[in-house]
Design a protein. Structure first.
Length: 288
């Protein structure tokens, strides 16, 4: 049983619903490359935040926090347990703990910074952030261009260091989070990733990427599975290399996300086959 199937079985057991916290599954146009649940799976349990946005829309963790909390407040009127499922740690943390930097920035600023990044490279972007906000530069993953661009756009728009908006008092939550981490041994996980990428290619990922080529400059498409195939279409890679890069980058992303979750407080680890143990854990906490 995979993680998606496990979450559906748990939601069915509790007659509940699922809120997706996968930051790529919001987008209607991106289906094959984001490993969305199948139509059958979506029909089996009510899902929220899948296929709700267009790739042209700016939708960050702050937007998701606001929408998810409003949805949870409504759901908890009739349900005792709701499942928040996904691998985007930033978005899960936004729901559990709030977001520091929910600052609206005109899309034109981000688009201009993306163009400059593409023209000048990562080192230019790093230097710009260091120049405007050395405090944040010293704490961020400096190889993550999206984080750097986010910091730079806020600095430019507000005239203040991005770090000055961070570490604000967190919003109180009126629910208890039962934090469950589904972990798989590395060899099995990497094999699953490689097979899933092969399945995506067989299902038409390249065709999906081609259909969106006119919009490849958008942030939503600067993501694993899409950017590598755009590099192939631009003749930077051959197709076999592009597919190998997708597998490699997906493995790297999975490793970083797992490390992030392991470094958070109070996540209890389970295997995908531990559904009875997970139910027992949920029952113990919810019955306190």
């Amino acid at each position: 049983m995979g993680k998606t199937a496990l979450s559906i079985e748990l939601a069915k057991h509790y007659n509940s619903v699922i809120l997706s916290a996968d930051s790529r599954q919001f987008y209607k146009e991106m289906s094959i490359g984001t490993a969305k649940p199948s139509e059958e799976q979506l029909a089996a349990v009510k899902h929220y935040f899948i296929n709700t946005k267009n790739i042209t829309e700016l939708y960050g963790a702050g937007h998701f926090e606001k929408d998810a909390i409003a949805t949870l407040n409504e759901l908890f009127k009739t349900k005792d347990i709701v499942f928040l499922v996904g691998g985007s740690g930033l978005y899960i943390d936004a729901v559990l703990n709030g977001v520091d930097d929910f600052i609206e920035v005109p899309i034109e600023i981000r688009e201009e910074l993306n163009k400059k990044f593409e023209a000048n490279g990562l080192e230019w972007l790093q230097n710009e952030v260091k120049k405007l906000d050395e405090t944040y530069f010293n704490s961020v993953d400096t190889h993550n261009p999206q984080r750097l661009i986010r910091a730079l756009e806020v600095c430019q728009h507000t005239g203040k260091p991005y770090s000055s908006f961070l570490n604000q008092p967190k919003t109180e939550r009126n629910f208890t989070a039962i934090k469950i981490l589904i972990n798989t041994d590395r060899e099995t996980l990497y094999s699953q990733i490689n097979n899933r990428v092969d399945d995506m290619m067989a299902s038409g990922l390249l065709e999906e990427v081609k259909q969106l080529a006119d919009q490849k400059h958008l942030n939503a498409l600067k993501t694993v599975g899409y950017k590598e195939l755009y590099a192939y279409l631009d003749a930077s890679y051959n197709l076999n290399t592009a597919v190998d890069k997708i597998k490699q980058h997906t493995r790297n992303y999975a490793k970083r996300q797992l490390t992030w979750f392991k470094n958070q407080d109070n996540f209890e680890e389970f295997k995908t086959g531990d559904i009875d143990k997970i139910i027992d854990r949920i029952n113990k906490v919810s019955n306190r």
